[in-house]
Design a protein around this ligand. Structure first.
Ligand SMILES: Cc1cc2nc3c(=O)[nH]c(=O)nc-3n(C[C@H](O)[C@H](O)[C@H](O)COP(=O)(O)O)c2cc1C
Length: 340
């Protein structure tokens, strides 16, 4: 019996299997942040392909929180209805869907936007120096996360993921390499975590109790003086009352050279799971059904998230079920395409 194809209940979220689609920016919205036919087809195909959960790409909570001018947004009510069309379709084929709420901070590339961060330190020479956020501005961004979460509930998502990874705003507060503040948002670990905690508290207050919260972290900055897995475990422990699943990624704060190999981030999901007792999602070069099955079967993580493998093969779960001899129904319309 395949463990990868076993169900999982997280609060009110019931997943038919452990395969999730990792959030991936499609840069296919207009400047208004409204979703397009591309998003409908892109997410709809992966739902038909059998993933249990889709986590929609980084979706900005305010305009200057976008990475590019073509990111999706949830900063305005006009963005709700077009997203709902996709979520309703995804639900109609038995798949669940969440949205990754994000703020790019100093990594915003949109020309003409006012770039902000915890401290006036740029990401690279090609990026402008961000303006240091005042405490009032921090409170406003916390509120923007809450408003976006309320809109996400109206869209009909089953879960939310807070993007605290990849060098974007929340991660910029967490890492001592990008946060040099001397007020209560910088310095000690508790202070660096304060912004994340406030975001999580605000978001939690805007969604039903039954809706679980995922949090994506960069478990390591791969740079001396930055976050490492021990620090990440300590950070997660400071917010574990507010989080249900920790999605363990890495990097993005700076751009050191790193070694990539199959499953290179699984160890982080394993460590966070063991040390915090929270559910975890593993991500990063998981491409074979055997590796995915191994991760879940050996209890190294509770969910596997696939990114590029699903760009190549939207129906990867149907193929994986065949490889693992799991009895999974093909969509009725595709019955004649079933593996023999
Ligand atoms: C086209 C593309 C866009 C991405 N956009 C996001 C994003 O919006 N949010 C995020 O947290 N990670 C993003 N990522 C990272 C993926 O979610 C995933 O963590 C990474 O690709 C490693 O998994 P993989 O080896 O299965 O692709 C993106 C990756 C790709 C390839």
């Amino acid at each position: 019996m395949s463990k990868l194809f076993s169900p999982l209940q997280i609060k009110g979220l019931d997943l038919k299997n452990r395969i999730g689609m990792s959030p991936m920016c499609m840069y296919s919205a207009g400047d208004d942040g409204i979703s397009t036919d591309w998003h409908f087809v892109h997410y709809g195909s992966r739902a038909v392909g059998g993933v249990g959960l889709i986590i929609q790409e980084a979706t900005a909570v305010e305009k200057r929180g976008r990475i590019t001018g073509n990111d999706l947004g949830l900063w305005d009510d006009s963005q709700i209805t077009p997203l709902k069309k996709t979520v309703d379709f995804v639900h109609s084929v038995g798949c669940k869907m969440g949205v990754q709420l994000a703020h790019a901070g100093r990594k915003c590339e949109v020309k003409g936007e006012h770039i902000v961060g915890p401290s006036p330190i740029h990401w690279s020479n090609e990026y402008p120096t961000p303006e240091e956020l005042t405490k009032d501005e921090i409170k406003n961004i916390v509120k923007a996360f809450g408003s976006a979460a309320s809109r996400a509930v109206k869209v009909g998502y089953d879960t939310l993921e807070i993007h605290a990874a990849h060098g974007y705003l929340i991660h910029e507060f967490l890492s001592p390499l990008s946060n040099k503040r001397t007020d209560e948002y910088g310095g000690s670990r508790e202070n660096r975590v304060r912004f994340l905690r406030e975001v999580l508290e605000e978001v939690k207050g805007c969604i039903p109790q039954s809706m679980p919260i995922f949090m994506r972290v960069s478990a390591t900055d791969f740079v001396e003086g930055g976050l490492d897995i021990d620090e990440t475990v300590s950070i997660v422990n400071l917010v574990k009352d507010l989080v249900d699943v920790v999605d363990c990624s890495s990097g993005g704060l700076l751009s050191p050279r790193i070694d990539l190999y199959p499953g290179y981030q699984i160890g982080y999901a394993e460590a966070v799971k063991k040390s915090t007792g929270l559910l975890t999602a593993a991500v990063g070069l998981i491409t074979s059904p055997e590796l995915a099955e191994e991760i879940i079967g050996n209890g190294r993580a509770d969910i596997v998230l696939l990114g590029r493998a699903l760009l190549r093969q939207p129906y990867w779960p149907l193929y994986a079920a065949h490889e693992l001899k799991a009895n999974v129904a093909f969509p009725e319309q595709y019955e004649r395409g079933k593996y023999l």
